[in-house]
Design a protein around this ligand. Structure first.
Ligand SMILES: C[S@@+](CC[C@H](N)C(=O)[O-])C[C@H]1O[C@@H](n2cnc3c(N)ncnc32)[C@H](O)[C@@H]1O
Length: 199
């Protein structure tokens, strides 16, 4: 894979979404996550879906009663596809082109930032150490005081936690696990990291 085509680059994702526009959920779908979200997210929370891709998560959360969801991605290709997919069905769902490393949202805007696979993508891209810090700081900035950054990741705590805590001071960092849907082994899990912003 050339430098321009790594997971962290916009061109890689544009090409991928041009070739395959069928909705796809990385790691976990809403069915598996629902009970975790019920204890972490209130229906009235303002939610940012960071690196939404063409996942069904925004649609399925909206149908479950989460009515304030802004979804964004660095790829204009997938955002155009998502806008076409939802503009008639769910016009309240917003899909925006944004870079998680430099977002246009004001400080203290969201109660929840949801990230399924996007921090992992940054960790697999160029300048991963630096960009991981920038991304955490940028998400901390747009969270309201006491808001939560929730990451669903394949990365184990030894490879993730230091990035979260080096980036900024969180009120707390909690870690849960969720069984991989396609695995028979109960030890085969994804991690849910929950970073709470200081009040
Ligand atoms: C592994 S996919 C996950 C997609 C979706 N969240 C899911 O769970 O199926 C990572 C997504 O992050 C997006 N992405 C990569 N770098 C980004 C950045 N700097 N800002 C916003 N989105 C980014 C990609 O375009 C891609 O859609």
């Amino acid at each position: 894979m050339s430098e321009e085509e790594t997971y962290g680059s916009c061109s890689y994702w544009n090409t991928r979404y041009q070739q395959e526009s069928t909705p796809f959920d990385w790691y976990q779908s809403f069915i598996g996550l629902k009970s975790y979200f019920e204890s972490l997210i209130k229906l009235q929370d303002d939610i940012l879906m960071v690196g939404c891709g063409n996942s069904l998560l925004s649609e399925q959360m909206y149908e479950a009663g989460y009515k304030s969801i802004v979804s964004m991605d660095i790829s204009p290709v997938v955002i155009e596809q998502q806008n076409l997919r939802y503009r008639d069905k769910y016009p309240d769902l917003q899909f925006l082109v944004e870079n998680a490393l430099d977002m246009s949202f004001q400080d203290n805007t969201f109660d929840i930032v949801l990230d399924k696979g996007t921090f992992d993508t940054i960790m697999c891209g160029d300048n991963s150490q630096e960009n991981a810090l920038i991304m955490c700081q940028e998400i901390n900035r747009v969270l309201k005081p006491g808001g939560k950054y929730i990451i669903i990741s394949y990365g184990a705590p030894k490879d993730r936690e230091s990035h979260f805590s080096n980036a900024c001071e969180w009120k707390r960092i909690d870690i849960q696990t969720i069984k991989k849907p396609d695995s028979k082994k109960s030890t085969s899990v994804h991690y849910i990291y929950i970073m709470t912003k200081l009040d």
